[in-house]
Design a protein around this ligand. Structure first.
Ligand code: AMP
Ligand code: GLY
Length: 417
């Protein structure tokens, strides 16, 4: 099977790594990719937002499967263009990707499907904004309706900050604050059958102790030893299957990866958000634990034959990933810094710990930073404490001027405070 992956972050590196280990994959391409993905896939330049360009590339490569990683191409209709060219694609249509592309659309689907989520108002005028902020009180949760790369959401005790963010958006969703730990649960679906993956937890804030600004994600781990063992079944029944059924009922079936961001509150599990793609950095730890070869599962979803998919098989191992971000991330990340220590990790820590590249590019003989999140150092171990130790040992070998990472990823879950 020839597979083309669209994107170029750590999630795509994790996908390409798993696909490269799948004996069914005879050729693996990634467009545009990054310096690390080049080790496991052949890179092709492409404008990932240009559906025709992606479809043309897939046709040229005689790809049997295209996997679209990031949300922006999905919302732009790249999966539709590939599908129209007659090539199986893992990723939802532009219409179904509105589940991530519009918070208001997601709320509407959840209401229709009876999926538990925060109560909310969609506001377009300052009067509506003030009424909604007043109705819920602090802490305020204010979400830009459109795609904002993880930066559209403000959670604050400060009414003036909440109001300013709301007024800066054209259309905004203001909602009830949900208390409790967050869980990311992914499911692979063909629009009918839903196959859940293993839950993971993401660390959204920039600094240790969940302080600092929201980011795309600074680390993740799986499994969640503290979670109710029935969580996956419960979320399947209350959230994932009803959402997939509702989108099919509307004539916009969702095929691809349905990501439920959940809050485990005192009053039960609630959806914080849906995404229409694999989460980053959760994918790095979830795929590290998946034993079933990946390509066949994604192809079954793309072809609408997920009902024929044998049950997924998971390792007993735990996995931890720690993101190394550039100087000044998430505000105005500095790029072009030289990354050292990659070969030392390869020599000393692999295969238990390895470096997945997020924002990197090659400059002659060296690899330099090319984005806010630069590397995602991933490790597996017999339990979270061991996986953590291996991940941080590898992190310590990496040298990147001005870089930052959290030191407390999975610490609490591993029983370390
Ligand atoms: P989102 O882009 O919707 O995932 O929001 C980003 C982050 O903001 C989430 O991961 C949560 O940490 C936080 N957040 C979003 N909605 C809520 C809510 N209703 N209550 C509490 N925190 C929230
Ligand atoms: N880890 C959060 C996201 O992928 O949106």
């Amino acid at each position: 099977m020839k597979v083309l992956v669209i994107g170029g972050g750590a999630r795509e590196h994790a996908l390409c790594r798993s696909l490269s280990l799948d004996p069914a994959v005879s050729a693996l391409y990634c467009a545009p990719g990054n310096a690390g993905i080049a080790d496991v896939a052949t890179l092709r330049p492409v404008d990932a937002l240009d559906g025709d360009a992606v479809a043309t590339l897939a046709t040229e490569l005689v790809a049997d499967l295209v996997v679209v990683g990031p949300e922006a191409p999905l919302v732009a209709g790249v999966a539709d263009a590939v599908r129209a060219a007659g090539i199986p694609v893992f990723g939802p249509s532009a219409e179904a990707a509105q589940l991530e592309g519009s918070k208001a659309f997601a709320k509407d689907v959840m209401a229709a499907a009876g999926v538990p989520t925060a109560r909310s108002y969609v506001c377009t005028t300052p009067e509506e904004v003030d009424a909604a902020l007043d109705a819920f009180g602090a802490p305020y949760v204010v979400k830009d309706d459109g795609l904002a790369a993880g930066k559209g959401v403000v959670v604050t005790e400060d009414l003036a900050v909440a109001r300013a963010h709301a007024l800066a958006c054209d259309r905004v969703v203001i909602e009830e604050y949900l208390d409790g730990p967050e869980v990311s649960l992914f499911a692979i679906t063909d629009g009918v059958t839903v196959v859940p993956l293993q839950p993971a937890q993401d660390f959204k804030r920039a600094l240790d102790g969940d302080r600092g600004p929201n980011t795309g994600g600074m680390g993740a781990y799986s499994p969640l030893p503290w979670a109710d063992p029935k969580l996956v079944d419960e979320v399947m029944e209350l959230v994932l299957q009803p959402t997939v059924d509702e989108l099919r009922r509307r004539g916009t079936p969702f095929s691809g990866l349905l990501y439920a961001g959940l809050a485990i509150t005192g009053r039960g599990t609630r959806v914080i958000e849906f995404n229409a793609r694999f989460g980053d950095p959760e994918t790095q730890v979830v795929l590290a634990r998946l034993r079933t070869p990946l390509a066949g599962v994604l192809l079954n979803a793309a072809n609408g034959t997920l009902d024929a998919q044998p049950p997924l098989v998971w390792r007993d191992d735990a996995a931890v990933t720690v993101v190394i971000a550039s100087h000044n991330y998430p505000e105005t990340p500095r790029t072009g810094d030289r990354i050292e220590g990659l070969l030392e990790v390869a020599a000393e820590d692999e295969p238990d710990a390895y470096v997945l590249h997020a924002g990197t590019r090659r400059e002659g003989d060296t690899v330099v930073s090319a984005g806010g999140r630069v590397l995602s150092v991933t490790a597996t171990g017999s339990d979270l404490a061991q996986a953590r130790e291996k991940a941080y040992t590898a992190v310590a070998r990496i040298r990147l001027d001005g870089s930052q990472h959290r030191t407390d990823i999975a610490a609490k879950a591993a029983g370390l405070g």
